[in-house]
Each structure stands twice: as structure tokens, then as C-alpha cells.
Design a protein around this ligand. Structure first.
Ligand code: GCO
Ligand code: MG
Length: 407
């Protein structure tokens, strides 16, 4: 088969913890190009690291790095145990690194290869949270001062000590560096009683123009989700996120029948099949799949193109547990596709930005991937070594009587 004569000579996998744990892949080619990919999977970093280094990497040496699609199919179809977070994050890292290499070879930023810019920048949203309404209002004010036109709002709930999306530190990073997961508690009736009043206060404080997002984090059943979506209609949310676990398609149909509040989900999707029904039945308005967990740029672009046929927009998952490499991949994709919706932007701490050199920019609510060739991200391995892996887990969640609940 025709080849440009180049080949993959080295794949190196790094697991470093600047700020948090990140799994990073570096592919080197015979003609001296380097591509980077993100394979971070929150709380399962060592599993992805091993899958990449021990199982995938040896099979890719000597292959032509130009043949991204063929290599993707080789990894996905050839793996037999396809799909799932661990496997898809590993495949995604290879895919991203190969796109990085192709764009560097072409001498252009990746978004140019993907069809060029479809907009001047990407509308982004940040996280605002508070243990009570006044803290939340302060947090939203800070977001507005930074120029954000869209904000995710999460609030503490009276009677519950730890609530999803609310933390005492400034940076919201749900994984904690503990030997076992922290146990949080949850009470759905308290949440349902408390949330509407909080959103009312936020609307009263900031008016109608600000785009408001709220993340339920899969904690309701279909009846509760429908009641909440219906009750929140008057606050015209940008979206209500993960009102139900994304596998509960029948429940989503029920929520849709009862409410016009826009819905977003998909941060746990790892491939097209996970999203197929919610797309063709248009049970959602925004698809939250991330490039890192959805298998890379190649399949996620296909998924988003498909979603566009149903007027569903992109909203790539962008927490700080996706590395600056995966985040940049989402920016290049988002800048180029026609049905971009919004990009989550939690930002990265100082240590992370010491190890990953980024070229993306944020200004007045909009993100841009920058004009550096490739993905526009560098990785300082020496600096990375100063931040060794530390075990960290996402919390688990129990109802007040001790029953395990969705986290
Ligand atoms: C979001 C997500 C995150 C996740 C985290 C888990 O909407 O950004 O829900 O907050 O909890 O990414 O790894
Ligand atoms: Mg979420």
C-alpha cells in the first residue's frame, strides 16, 4: 500500500500529577515529528496507562502515522473488547497525537485541517458554586467580571455537608487525593425543594441575559427529573445537565414529554452507539461527549456531524480532569464544526500549566485554540517528573440512610 515512507518509531506514556493526575502520550515519527495525546480517565489513570503502554503501543511501532483513520479502526475493531472508558481514552490519545503530527507536517493549526474556522471564538462557560445563595452570587459575580456570558451554578443544600459541584477551595476538582473515595451524602427531596429558589435568586441578581447551566449529575429518577425540568422552565436555563443517567432512554422520553427545558448529557459516552438513540429521537439539545473519552478527534467529529443533522449542538466536556491536550483538541474541533454549541472551561492550575505549555486563549467569554501548528500544546517531561502520580478517587454518594446512590 502507498505510504509516504514515514513511520512511528516511539510511543511514550507519562503519568504525572501536576495539580491532578494526567495520562499523556507522546508519539515520535521517523522524520522527527512529535505528537501528543491525552488519555486521562479520572480515578482510573493507571489502568489507561497500562492499556496504552503495554497493549496498544507495541502494536503501533512501524505504522504509517499519516493513516489516522486506518490506525483508529485497527485499534477499535482490532481490540475486540471495544468501547468503555479505559479503552477509548487510550485510543483517543493515539488519535489526537496522530492529528497533532499531521497538522504539524502540514504546517498549520489543527482546526485548519478540520475545515477551517467557522466562528471567531468558542462561547465558553465556567463553574460557579457556593455553599449558600450569597456565596453562589459572589461566585457568579466573579465569573461575570472575567467576561463569562454563561455560567454553571451549583449550590449547597441545607442539611447536607458535601454536595456535588460545591467545594470549599477555589478550584473545583472532584477527585481527592485519598486512599479510598470520600463518602458524600444526598437527599433528593431537599435538593428539589432548594434548587428552584436558588435559581430564582440568581436570576433576580443578574437578570435574564446570563446563560445559566445546572448539572444534576444523574441523581434523579424520571419522575423527579420531569418535575424539576418543568419547574425550572421559568428560569429558561441554557440547559439542565445529566438530569438522568444517560442510559435511561425511556426516562428521557418521559422528561421530554413534560418539559421544554433544554437538556444536555453525554460526558460518560464513549462512542456513537451510546448516543445514537438520544440523537435520532432528539432527546437532548447538547451532546457533552469529550474528545478524550469518546475515542479521539476522528470518531467525535463523526458523532458531532451526525448530531448536527438533528439540530443537536456540541458541548464538549471540559473539566480540569481532561488535560490541556484533550482540551485543545476540543477547541480545534469546536472552532471548525458547524454545530458548535458551547465549551466548558474550568481552567488549569499553575502546576499544570508549567508542565503543559498551551497556546489557547480566553477573552471576554470566548476561547480560541491559537495559531500554533498542530494542537498547539507542548509537554515538559522533566517538569512532569517533579509531580509523581498520587492515588486519587472521585467521591461516592449515599442517601442519608446509607443506601448507595449515583455520583
Ligand atoms: C462536568 C462534570 C464533572 C465531573 C468530572 C468527573 O460537568 O464538568 O460533571 O464535574 O464530575 O469530570 O470526572
Ligand atoms: Mg457534568
Amino acid at each position: 500500500m502507498h505510504s509516504l515512507g514515514d513511520s512511528i518509531v516511539r510511543l511514550e506514556t507519562f503519568l504525572h500529577s501536576p495539580g491532578r493526575n494526567y495520562v499523556t502520550l507522546k508519539i515520535s515519527t521517523e522524520d522527527g515529528l512529535i505528537g501528543l495525546g491525552d488519555a486521562t480517565l479520572n480515578g482510573r489513570e493507571q489502568a489507561v496507562f497500562s492499556y496504552l503502554q503495554d497493549h496498544l503501543a507495541p502494536t503501533l511501532i512501524g505504522r504509517d502515522p499519516q493513516r489516522i483513520e486506518d490506525i483508529w479502526q485497527y485499534m477499535y475493531l482490532g481490540g475486540y473488547w471495544r468501547t468503555g472508558g479505559v479503552g477509548m481514552a487510550a485510543i483517543a490519545a493515539v488519535d489526537m497525537a496522530l492529528w497533532d503530527i499531521k497538522a504539524k507536517r502540514a504546517g498549520m493549526p489543527l482546526y485548519q485541517l478540520l475545515g477551517g474556522a467557522s466562528r471567531v471564538g468558542l462561547l465558553s462557560y465556567c463553574h460557579a458554586f457556593g455553599s449558600d445563595t450569597s456565596e453562589l452570587i459572589n461566585s457568579v459575580s466573579r465569573a461575570i467580571d472575567l467576561g463569562f456570558k454563561a455560567v454553571r451554578v451549583q449550590t449547597g443544600i441545607p442539611g447536607l455537608t458535601d454536595v456535588y459541584g460545591v467545594t470549599k477551595s477555589n478550584e473545583y476538582e472532584p477527585a481527592r487525593r485519598t486512599a479510598r473515595p470520600v463518602e458524600e451524602s444526598w437527599d433528593t427531596p431537599s435538593y428539589l425543594r432548594h434548587l428552584p429558589g436558588t435559581l430564582e435568586s440568581v436570576r433576580q441578581a443578574f437578570g435574564d441575559e446570563l446563560h445559566l447551566i445546572h448539572d444534576v449529575h444523574h441523581r434523579l429518577n424520571p419522575t423527579e427529573a420531569a418535575q424539576l425540568a418543568k419547574e425550572l422552565e421559568r428560569y429558561h436555563l441554557f440547559w439542565l445537565e445529566d438530569a438522568l443517567p444517560s442510559t435511561q432512554v425511556e426516562g428521557l422520553r418521559f422528561v421530554r414529554q413534560h418539559s421544554t427545558t433544554p437538556l444536555a448529557l453525554g460526558e460518560l459516552f464513549t462512542e456513537h452507539a451510546d448516543a445514537h438513540t438520544v440523537m435520532v429521537e432528539r432527546l437532548i439539545d447538547y451532546l457533552r461527549v469529550s474528545v478524550t473519552h469518546g475515542g479521539g478527534i476522528t470518531p467525535v467529529k463523526r458523532m458531532l456531524d451526525f448530531a448536527g443533522a438533528f439540530s443537536i449542538k456540541s458541548a464538549c466536556h471540559g473539566p480540569s480532569d481532561i488535560s490541556p491536550i484533550g482540551f485543545s483538541a476540543a477547541l480545534h474541533l469546536g472552532l471548525s464544526i458547524p454545530n458548535f454549541g458551547i465549551q466548558e472551561f474550568m481552567g488549569f492550575d499553575k502546576a499544570t500549566l508549567e508542565v503543559f505549555q498551551t497556546s489557547f486563549s480566553y477573552s471576554d467569554g470566548l476561547l480560541h485554540p491559537g495559531e500554533e501548528i498542530g494542537l498547539g500544546v507542548g509537554y515538559d517531561e522533566v517538569a512532569g517528573k517533579g509531580f509523581p502520580y498520587q492515588p486519587a478517587y472521585l467521591p461516592v454518594n449515599r442517601l442519608q440512610d446509607g443506601t448507595m446512590h449515583h455520583w
